[in-house]
Ligand binder design. Structure first.
Ligand SMILES: [Mg+2]
Ligand SMILES: [Zn+2]
Length: 206
Protein backbone atom coordinates (compact mmCIF):
# COMPACT_ATOMS: atom_id res chain seq x y z
CA UNK A 1 0.00 0.00 0.00
CA UNK A 2 1.26 3.49 -0.83
CA UNK A 3 0.79 5.67 2.21
CA UNK A 4 0.04 9.37 1.78
CA UNK A 5 0.77 12.29 4.09
CA UNK A 6 -2.27 13.69 5.84
CA UNK A 7 -3.12 16.77 7.85
CA UNK A 8 -4.11 16.03 11.45
CA UNK A 9 -6.27 19.02 12.23
CA UNK A 10 -7.21 20.27 15.66
CA UNK A 11 -10.81 21.42 16.04
CA UNK A 12 -11.33 24.07 18.74
CA UNK A 13 -9.38 27.27 18.10
CA UNK A 14 -8.05 25.92 14.80
CA UNK A 15 -10.95 24.94 12.52
CA UNK A 16 -13.66 26.60 14.61
CA UNK A 17 -13.63 29.34 17.20
CA UNK A 18 -12.52 28.44 20.72
CA UNK A 19 -15.55 28.81 22.99
CA UNK A 20 -14.55 26.71 25.99
CA UNK A 21 -16.37 23.39 26.37
CA UNK A 22 -18.49 23.20 23.23
CA UNK A 23 -21.71 21.73 24.58
CA UNK A 24 -24.24 22.92 22.00
CA UNK A 25 -24.17 22.77 18.23
CA UNK A 26 -25.41 26.37 18.04
CA UNK A 27 -22.04 27.53 19.36
CA UNK A 28 -20.08 26.23 16.35
CA UNK A 29 -18.44 29.04 14.37
CA UNK A 30 -16.04 28.25 11.54
CA UNK A 31 -13.32 30.82 10.97
CA UNK A 32 -14.00 32.85 7.81
CA UNK A 33 -11.11 31.15 6.00
CA UNK A 34 -11.76 27.58 7.16
CA UNK A 35 -13.86 26.41 4.22
CA UNK A 36 -11.41 27.68 1.60
CA UNK A 37 -8.43 26.23 3.48
CA UNK A 38 -10.01 22.79 3.77
CA UNK A 39 -11.16 22.88 0.16
CA UNK A 40 -7.63 23.70 -1.00
CA UNK A 41 -6.30 20.66 0.83
CA UNK A 42 -9.13 18.55 -0.62
CA UNK A 43 -8.22 19.67 -4.11
CA UNK A 44 -4.57 18.83 -3.45
CA UNK A 45 -5.65 15.31 -2.51
CA UNK A 46 -4.34 15.58 1.04
CA UNK A 47 -6.51 13.70 3.54
CA UNK A 48 -7.62 15.80 6.53
CA UNK A 49 -8.28 14.04 9.80
CA UNK A 50 -9.84 15.93 12.68
CA UNK A 51 -8.10 15.01 15.95
CA UNK A 52 -9.65 16.59 19.01
CA UNK A 53 -9.59 16.19 22.79
CA UNK A 54 -13.14 16.33 24.16
CA UNK A 55 -12.67 15.73 27.86
CA UNK A 56 -16.00 17.48 28.45
CA UNK A 57 -17.52 14.03 27.89
CA UNK A 58 -15.53 12.51 30.78
CA UNK A 59 -16.24 15.56 32.90
CA UNK A 60 -19.98 15.17 32.36
CA UNK A 61 -20.44 18.50 30.56
CA UNK A 62 -21.90 16.88 27.41
CA UNK A 63 -22.38 13.48 25.84
CA UNK A 64 -20.76 11.74 22.89
CA UNK A 65 -24.04 12.29 21.04
CA UNK A 66 -23.42 16.05 21.29
CA UNK A 67 -19.89 15.63 19.93
CA UNK A 68 -21.27 13.62 17.01
CA UNK A 69 -23.93 16.27 16.36
CA UNK A 70 -21.28 19.01 16.39
CA UNK A 71 -19.21 17.06 13.89
CA UNK A 72 -22.20 16.46 11.63
CA UNK A 73 -22.89 20.18 11.71
CA UNK A 74 -19.27 21.06 10.90
CA UNK A 75 -19.53 18.61 8.00
CA UNK A 76 -22.63 20.39 6.72
CA UNK A 77 -21.04 23.82 6.98
CA UNK A 78 -17.95 22.63 5.11
CA UNK A 79 -20.04 20.72 2.58
CA UNK A 80 -22.00 23.86 1.71
CA UNK A 81 -18.68 25.31 0.56
CA UNK A 82 -17.59 22.21 -1.33
CA UNK A 83 -15.13 21.09 1.37
CA UNK A 84 -14.94 18.01 3.56
CA UNK A 85 -12.89 16.32 6.28
CA UNK A 86 -11.90 12.72 5.67
CA UNK A 87 -12.45 11.59 9.26
CA UNK A 88 -13.51 12.92 12.66
CA UNK A 89 -11.69 11.36 15.62
CA UNK A 90 -12.00 12.49 19.21
CA UNK A 91 -10.88 11.46 22.67
CA UNK A 92 -13.72 11.58 25.23
CA UNK A 93 -11.50 10.59 28.17
CA UNK A 94 -9.89 12.30 31.10
CA UNK A 95 -8.07 10.74 34.02
CA UNK A 96 -9.95 12.95 36.48
CA UNK A 97 -13.32 12.67 34.78
CA UNK A 98 -16.61 12.29 36.65
CA UNK A 99 -18.16 9.71 34.32
CA UNK A 100 -16.62 6.40 35.33
CA UNK A 101 -16.29 4.75 31.94
CA UNK A 102 -14.42 7.73 30.50
CA UNK A 103 -12.28 8.44 33.57
CA UNK A 104 -9.19 6.61 32.37
CA UNK A 105 -5.62 7.43 31.45
CA UNK A 106 -6.03 6.62 27.75
CA UNK A 107 -3.53 6.68 24.90
CA UNK A 108 -5.77 8.76 22.62
CA UNK A 109 -5.81 12.06 24.49
CA UNK A 110 -3.41 14.44 22.73
CA UNK A 111 -0.44 14.55 22.85
CA UNK A 112 -0.90 10.78 22.98
CA UNK A 113 -0.86 9.28 19.51
CA UNK A 114 -3.77 6.84 19.80
CA UNK A 115 -6.03 8.69 17.36
CA UNK A 116 -3.22 9.14 14.86
CA UNK A 117 -2.48 5.42 15.04
CA UNK A 118 -6.14 4.84 14.27
CA UNK A 119 -5.85 7.06 11.19
CA UNK A 120 -2.75 5.19 10.09
CA UNK A 121 -4.64 1.91 10.51
CA UNK A 122 -8.02 2.90 9.07
CA UNK A 123 -7.03 5.41 6.40
CA UNK A 124 -3.57 4.17 5.48
CA UNK A 125 -1.92 7.56 5.92
CA UNK A 126 1.80 8.07 6.46
CA UNK A 127 2.25 9.32 10.05
CA UNK A 128 5.80 10.73 9.94
CA UNK A 129 5.14 12.48 6.61
CA UNK A 130 2.02 14.16 7.95
CA UNK A 131 1.36 17.60 9.41
CA UNK A 132 -0.33 18.32 12.69
CA UNK A 133 -2.03 21.73 12.83
CA UNK A 134 -3.30 23.17 16.08
CA UNK A 135 -3.41 26.14 18.43
CA UNK A 136 -1.70 24.55 21.45
CA UNK A 137 1.71 23.15 22.19
CA UNK A 138 0.13 19.79 22.86
CA UNK A 139 -0.78 19.68 19.17
CA UNK A 140 2.86 20.28 18.33
CA UNK A 141 3.88 17.68 20.91
CA UNK A 142 1.62 15.22 19.10
CA UNK A 143 3.48 16.00 15.87
CA UNK A 144 6.73 15.24 17.64
CA UNK A 145 5.36 11.99 19.04
CA UNK A 146 4.57 10.73 15.56
CA UNK A 147 7.79 12.07 14.06
CA UNK A 148 5.89 14.50 11.82
CA UNK A 149 5.67 18.27 11.42
CA UNK A 150 3.73 20.59 13.67
CA UNK A 151 2.19 23.91 12.77
CA UNK A 152 0.96 26.23 15.50
CA UNK A 153 -1.75 28.63 14.38
CA UNK A 154 -2.34 31.96 16.11
CA UNK A 155 -6.07 31.57 16.44
CA UNK A 156 -7.65 30.10 19.58
CA UNK A 157 -4.99 29.80 22.29
CA UNK A 158 -2.23 30.16 19.70
CA UNK A 159 -1.43 33.82 20.28
CA UNK A 160 -0.89 33.09 24.00
CA UNK A 161 0.91 29.81 23.46
CA UNK A 162 3.39 31.40 21.09
CA UNK A 163 4.71 33.55 23.94
CA UNK A 164 5.88 30.41 25.68
CA UNK A 165 7.55 28.69 22.77
CA UNK A 166 10.26 26.24 23.31
CA UNK A 167 13.19 25.52 21.03
CA UNK A 168 13.40 23.40 17.92
CA UNK A 169 9.71 23.26 17.24
CA UNK A 170 8.63 24.59 13.89
CA UNK A 171 6.17 27.36 14.45
CA UNK A 172 4.07 29.41 12.19
CA UNK A 173 2.68 32.70 13.30
CA UNK A 174 -0.04 33.22 10.76
CA UNK A 175 -3.49 31.66 10.64
CA UNK A 176 -3.99 28.46 8.74
CA UNK A 177 -5.44 30.04 5.61
CA UNK A 178 -2.18 31.61 4.60
CA UNK A 179 1.23 30.40 5.62
CA UNK A 180 0.27 27.04 7.08
CA UNK A 181 -1.22 25.95 3.78
CA UNK A 182 1.70 27.38 1.86
CA UNK A 183 4.10 25.51 4.10
CA UNK A 184 2.21 22.26 3.68
CA UNK A 185 2.19 22.57 -0.10
CA UNK A 186 5.83 23.55 -0.31
CA UNK A 187 7.40 20.88 1.81
CA UNK A 188 4.85 18.12 1.54
CA UNK A 189 6.77 15.98 -0.99
CA UNK A 190 9.89 15.86 1.14
CA UNK A 191 8.22 16.17 4.52
CA UNK A 192 9.50 12.87 5.84
CA UNK A 193 13.09 13.90 5.24
CA UNK A 194 13.05 17.62 6.02
CA UNK A 195 14.98 18.37 9.20
CA UNK A 196 13.40 20.80 11.65
CA UNK A 197 15.89 23.54 10.86
CA UNK A 198 14.88 23.43 7.22
CA UNK A 199 11.21 23.67 8.10
CA UNK A 200 11.92 26.65 10.32
CA UNK A 201 13.98 28.34 7.65
CA UNK A 202 11.24 27.92 5.07
CA UNK A 203 8.60 29.06 7.52
CA UNK A 204 10.64 32.17 8.19
CA UNK A 205 10.90 33.10 4.52
CA UNK A 206 7.37 31.94 3.65
MG1 LIG B 1 -7.38 23.64 20.00
ZN1 LIG C 1 -8.80 9.01 25.04
Amino acid sequence: MIRHPAVFLDRDGTLIEEVGYLDRVERVRLFPWSVAAIRALNEAGIPIVLITNQSGVARGFFTEAVVDEVHRHIGELLGAGGAHLDAYYYCPHHRDGKIARYAIACDCRKPGRGLVDRAIRELGVDGPASFTVGDRWLDIALARNIGGRGILVRTGYGAEEIKHRYDRIPILQKPIETDALKLIFRIQPAAAQAPDAEVERRAAVG
